[in-house]
Design a protein around this ligand. Structure first.
Ligand code: GLU
Length: 488
């Protein structure tokens, strides 16, 4: 065996029946981190055997989501639907070895028995004796072309494994029914298709959601019956909403694509997802991708369900907004500003330094790209709208405010350079002359410049709004306030 064959091989195996859900993305991430950490191979398998529910659109959304998160796969995508001939052959191989048997029971009969059992309050279990026919009976049914399903004959005993997360898990085989592996229409059932493909893909570790735990004993039995060595298994915890219920649309966005369009940074999303069911053991939370790879360890995988806390995700994104280099952040924010109708890509390119500086300013008070966009209009549009609350709070005495703003305008207009240090000096002087605090100048000025009571530091605002627009806004504010007072 060459050393390449010893590399761990893991996979993410989504069913393309919807968008990439955060739970799926988290499972993909754990597998990806595992592969990157242990010099392994991360594979993607699209489980599209359910023709009725699988769509190309969903497959596309899964690829897009994984690409956005940076979870690249190492070999060509495997489409499960392309392997049905092998699944079929494997089922028939089990039939030949006696590990499986033909079940000619008509579907209608199974349905009737199931309904009866339910009426009694029991769970239906297929009774093997129903299918046990003599060779002659089987031959006759085959000759008559009667359809049959293939069922796996669950042996006696206990099926157990050492789970990477839960440690020992054991299922008494008597609790496992002889499950169907190939339907009477020749299509494989999930457990068979997965095992057949995982063997073919030489998967060494199956890491997936807790909801698959009850499938694992069936799959282990199939590996053994097919003469293959079973991989390791690890079942990662479910993701719940803040109310402790299974994460669903009620909790807000659950698709990775939604977060992409809400203006989240992919690095923040990855970091947040990594902490859903895994921890470093210390308090470290904000980790770059290389750090995550370095720290990832299956011992940190948790048994208890993880809580999807959108507040934490926003917080994480705020951390990433602050950490990301402006060169990397600008291309992510630019399209959002363009989409909001505030500017064009060309205009931003032409004022690159100004744009990066502005971004550095606006990201301080932002947790999302949308927060940045929301604060941006005063820097891109000549005029601003006044928030009524800001007017009431900071311009309560219209006459006094107009006087202060007029004086402010005069001092700023007289400056030889439009530069924060000079502005601050000039306005502090003015405050002294008027025997008022700096705030009495800066607060009304802020409303004039951005229309709000909050903004980045006022001298930065003046600088980024620019001389011409700033002075025009001061004129407009004075005009607004004097018009108001004469009307009153
Ligand atoms: N296709 C299955 C699912 O989306 C996953 C199968 C597996 O990981 O074994 O739940």
């Amino acid at each position: 065996m060459s050393s390449a064959d010893l590399r761990p091989r893991v996979r993410f195996a989504p069913s393309p029946t919807g968008s990439l859900h955060v739970g799926g993305a988290r499972t993909a991430l754990f597998n990806w981190l595992y592969a990157r950490k242990y010099n392994g191979v991360f594979l993607l398998r699209v489980e599209d055997t359910d023709r009725a529910r699988s769509t190309d659109e969903s497959t596309r959304a899964i690829f897009d989501g994984l690409e956005w998160l940076g979870l690249t796969w190492d070999e060509e995508v495997v489409y499960q639907g392309a392997n049905v001939a092998r699944h079929y052959a494997d089922a028939h191989r089990l039939l030949e070895t006696g590990a499986a048997y033909r079940d000619f029971t008509p579907a209608s009969e199974i349905e009737r028995l199931r309904a009866e059992a339910e009426a009694r309050g029991d769970a239906f279990r297929f009774d093997r004796s129903m299918a046990m026919l003599s060779d002659a009976e089987t031959a006759a049914k085959l000759a008559a072309g009667e359809p049959y399903a293939i069922r796996f004959m669950v042996p006696d005993g206990v099926t157990e494994w050492h789970d990477l997360v839960h440690e020992r898990i054991a299922f008494p085989n008597k609790d496992i029914e002889d499950f169907v592996i190939l339907r009477s229409d020749g299509t494989p059932v999930y457990n068979l298709a997965v095992v057949s493909d995982d063997i073919d893909m030489r998967i060494t570790l199956v890491m997936r959601g807790d909801d698959h735990i009850s499938n694992t004993p069936k799959q282990i039995l199939l590996y053994r019956a097919l003469g293959a060595t079973e991989p390791q298994f690890g079942h990662v915890p479910m993701i719940l909403g803040a109310d402790g219920k299974k994460l669903s649309k009620r909790h807000g966005a659950t698709a990775v694509g939604d977060y992409q369009y809400l203006g989240l940074l992919p690095g923040a999303m990855v970091n947040f997802l990594a902490l859903l069911g895994w921890s470093t053991g210390d308090d470290t939370e904000v980790m770059t991708l290389p750090e995550l790879i370095a720290k990832f360890d299956t011992h940190g995988l948790q048994k208890k369900a993880a809580i999807f806390d959108t507040k934490k995700l926003e917080w994480m994104n705020g951390q990433y907004l602050a950490l990301t280099a402006l060169d990397a952040l600008a291309p992510v924010v630019a399209p959002a500003l363009v989409k909001a109708g505030l500017t064009t890509a060309e205009a931003l390119d032409a004022r690159r330094e100004w744009f990066h500086g502005l971004l550095d300013l606006l990201r301080i008070r932002s947790r999302t790209i949308d927060d940045i966009v929301r604060q941006a209009p005063p820097y891109f549009q000549p005029t601003v709208e006044y928030d009524p609350e800001a007017v009431t709070k900071q311009w309560r005495d219209a006459k006094a405010a107009a006087e202060i703003l007029a004086a402010t305008r005069e001092r700023l207009a007289a400056l030889p350079v439009w530069e924060p240090v000079a502005m601050e000096e000039a306005l502090r002087h003015l405050a002294e002359e008027l025997s008022i605090s700096g705030g009495k100048i800066f607060q009304p000025l802020r409303v004039a410049l951005v229309g709000l009571t909050v903004s980045p530091g006022i001298f930065d605002v003046l600088q980024y709004v620019g001389r011409e627009w700033s002075l025009a806004r001061l004129d407009a504010a004075v005009a607004y306030l004097t018009a108001d007072s004469s009307a009153a």
